[in-house]
Design a protein around this ligand. Structure first.
Ligand SMILES: [Mg+2]
Length: 283
């Protein structure tokens, strides 16, 4: 665990002290689930269930905020069991899928989702020709319902293919009224105007939060980091955690604390829960 900001130690203690009013926002891939070659094979870190339940005991709420469809994260993370544990503790687990476009909670157990954006079907129809022209016909295309993701991790020339695809995919997305979101070996086209920052602001308001911690690892988490920094400006106790990797360093300049991947995130959350429990003891 590495402190990146001068205020990191103070922010840690402020969040521990404000735990009962603090929301914990967590990205999924690269933060709670180790990155794997086949995104369909991603699983929660083996210690994640236990740590999430520990969070439920001391914090105001926990939200998994992800680019994946909510249904996928609930299935891959086997979150129904965790949701039951949250209900027993009177806390709510939220899953905000597709950058907050989809919502699910341990109370409702039902995914609420908007319609797919106009232009997504036409984007998908034009995609094979664009991939062929860019010399990446075998890139794995994932239809996410509200977005389309092009994965380059399993291509023999993955990093180069990623570079070749950015411009033509951006052109294709723009043609169909969509925006492009690059990530770790993935390029995603989706409707403009929704990002994880909106999800953070909405949750903080709905839960009347007095604190907010967010942990993430990738470019799609930048807006969430920015939203939490704004909450800090409004007086909330906040902590920003970067789950660091060799692949992506963009969050390091924004984070309070860097930890080595999902192992480090879970270790940090366990320590913070322990400090929060201690802070809540009558002295
Ligand atoms: Mg991630």
């Amino acid at each position: 665990m590495e402190y990146l900001s001068a205020a990191a130690g103070d922010r840690w203690h402020a969040v521990a002290a404000a735990a009962a009013g603090t929301v914990i926002g967590l990205d999924f891939d690269g933060t709670l689930a180790p990155i794997v070659d086949d995104p369909a094979q991603a699983r929660l870190h083996p210690q994640a269930h236990g740590v999430l339940v520990e969070l439920a005991e001391v914090f105001a709420g926990v939200a998994i905020i992800t680019g994946r469809p909510a249904r996928q994260v609930i299935a891959l993370g086997e979150l129904d069991d965790v949701a039951d544990a949250f209900t027993e503790r009177g806390t709510v687990l939220h899953v905000l899928g597709q950058y907050g476009n989809e919502t699910w909670s341990s109370q409702q157990r039902r995914i609420v989702s908007p319609r797919p954006p106009r232009g997504l079907g036409a984007f998908l129809a034009d995609l094979p020709a664009t991939l062929r022209a860019a010399g990446a016909p075998d890139a794995y295309v994932e239809e996410k319902g509200l977005a389309v993701a092009v994965h380059t991790r399993r291509l023999p020339d993955g990093p180069e293919a990623f570079g070749r695809l950015m411009t033509p995919l951006r052109q294709l997305a723009t043609t169909h009224g969509l925006v492009l979101e690059p990530g770790r070996s993935v390029i995603e086209a989706r409707a403009p105007g929704t990002h994880k920052g909106d999800a953070v602001v909405r949750l903080a308001r709905e839960l009347d939060a007095s604190g907010f911690l967010f942990a993430g690892d990738d470019l799609g988490d930048i807006e969430a980091f920015a939203a939490v920094a704004e909450l800090r400006g409004a007086g909330l106790a906040t902590l920003l955690v970067c789950s660091s990797s060799d692949e992506q360093g963009a969050l390091l300049s924004l984070a309070d604390i860097a930890v080595p991947g999902p192992d480090g995130v879970l270790d940090l959350l366990r320590r913070l829960s322990a400090d929060a429990r201690e802070a809540a003891q009558p002295s």
